[in-house]
Design a binder for this molecule. Sequence first.
Ligand SMILES: NC(=O)c1ccc[n+]([C@@H]2O[C@H](COP(=O)([O-])OP(=O)(O)OC[C@H]3O[C@@H](n4cnc5c(N)ncnc54)[C@H](OP(=O)(O)O)[C@@H]3O)[C@@H](O)[C@H]2O)c1
Length: 218
Amino acid sequence: MKVLVAGSHGKIGRRLVSRLAADGHKAIAMIRDPSQAEELRVRGGQPLVADLAQDVAFAVEGCDAIVYTAGAGAGSGAAKKQTVDRAGAEKLVDAARRHGVRRYVMVSSIGAHDPGSARGPMRPYLEAKQQADKYLAASGLDYTIVRPGRLTDDGGDGRIEASLELGRRGDVPRDDVATTLLAVLSDDRTIGLTFELFDGATPIADALDRLVKTAGRP
Ligand SMILES: NC(=O)c1ccc[n+]([C@@H]2O[C@H](COP(=O)([O-])OP(=O)(O)OC[C@H]3O[C@@H](n4cnc5c(N)ncnc54)[C@H](OP(=O)(O)O)[C@@H]3O)[C@@H](O)[C@H]2O)c1
């Protein structure tokens, strides 16, 4: 599979690029700063310079899938969250439709189902995430929306909890998020699902299997 990773130099993105390459996939590593290219090459990715604040449609050409794990970051204001967390993701949805890329996996966030109950800067962040999620879900693309809990840099153990029930709280290592994203890309039964992701006790493949069965998929 040829997979465009938006946010590839981010903490999840870097891990995902390594996992995609190790699994024999071609990872197109979108970056806006050319000085990040070498690290992504070392991880087995193919760097592509594109800024989500500009036109990025060209980046999806020839890809089989997109993973959106870009984000404006904690210190950014509401305007930046609209530019990156919402508009950037939506631009790639439009580009995917135009160029016939069917598969799109979104890294969203817990709380995106109910931004109204968030306080301070979390509210515009979750509003932007919810808007992007809704846009993707209505796009007709083969989407999966993954909503991780609070991200940590703890080492992953390949065990998670994946839940269709929204509104829970908890942590999850970025390591395990990246591994779950790869597993989602490889499992078409997750198409059309939105789920929350936490650290847990169940091996990722089993957790996804349970998730799709709970969702009534064969
Ligand atoms: N923090 C949490 O607890 C939490 C919880 C749930 C979900 N999430 C979501 O998880 C995702 C990934 O998290 P993370 O920790 O890996 O984030 P991260 O390390 O901050 O990475 C975000 C990436 O997005 C890129 N980016 C920002 N603006 C861009 C632009 N205009 N064009 C191209 N790329 C751009 C950044 O590039 P630069 O290197 O150039 O800045 C960076 O590489 C984010 O969407 C985040 O909202 C976070």
